[in-house]
Design a protein around this ligand. Structure first.
Ligand SMILES: [Zn+2]
Length: 166
């Protein structure tokens, strides 16, 4: 039986009973959600044993520049055959036919940013993963909220909030 030998070996190397090591991870630190929630520099990530993927290839596209029309009504199926360049990162991206149909249906402009950048933009709009002590704007009872005390929003405790909305 091979299994007892493997277990014995893994106990010697310190792997036994632990989660998979970073060497088994098919993704680099900077291409996982870990980088969004716990940003690290390349050196910090490598020092912790993670891998890092440098983006060099995708930005090297030097094909024809496609100018995205401002109005969705001016966009036709041709755009799905084009390579678009992100206005922030310079990365190439595409609009797929299903996506174009969605933008046309809801009269939305074609995004000028690549999907990765759009995901970063969305996450930046979220509240921080921290709870602050504050007082309810109505009854002054102490509450905990993700809205920092210096933010201008009116934050209510649950009973005051429910009174306000019903
Ligand atoms: Zn209250």
């Amino acid at each position: 039986m091979l299994m007892p030998k493997i277990i014995e070996h893994m106990k010697k190397t310190g792997e036994w009973g632990n989660f998979f090591s970073q060497a088994c991870n098919p993704f680099s630190y900077n291409e996982s959600v870990a980088q969004l929630h716990y940003p690290k520099t390349k050196d910090e990530a490598l020092a912790k044993g993670f891998t890092w993927r440098d983006e060099t290839q995708s930005k090297s596209y030097r094909g024809p520049i496609y100018n995205i029309p401002d109005q969705i009504s001016q966009v036709d199926q041709e755009i799905t055959k084009q390579i678009l360049i992100c206005e922030v990162t310079g990365k190439p991206y595409k609009i797929i036919p299903q996506e174009l149909k969605f933008y046309q249906q809801f009269q939305l402009p074609i995004p000028r940013r690549c999907p990765d950048q759009r995901r970063i933009d969305r996450l930046e709009k979220r509240q921080p993963r921290t709870l602050f002590d504050r007082n309810c704007a109505e009854c002054q009872n102490p509450i905990q909220t993700t809205y920092a005390p210096d933010r201008p929003e009116k934050v209510l405790c649950e009973p005051c909030y429910l009174k306000e909305v019903y």
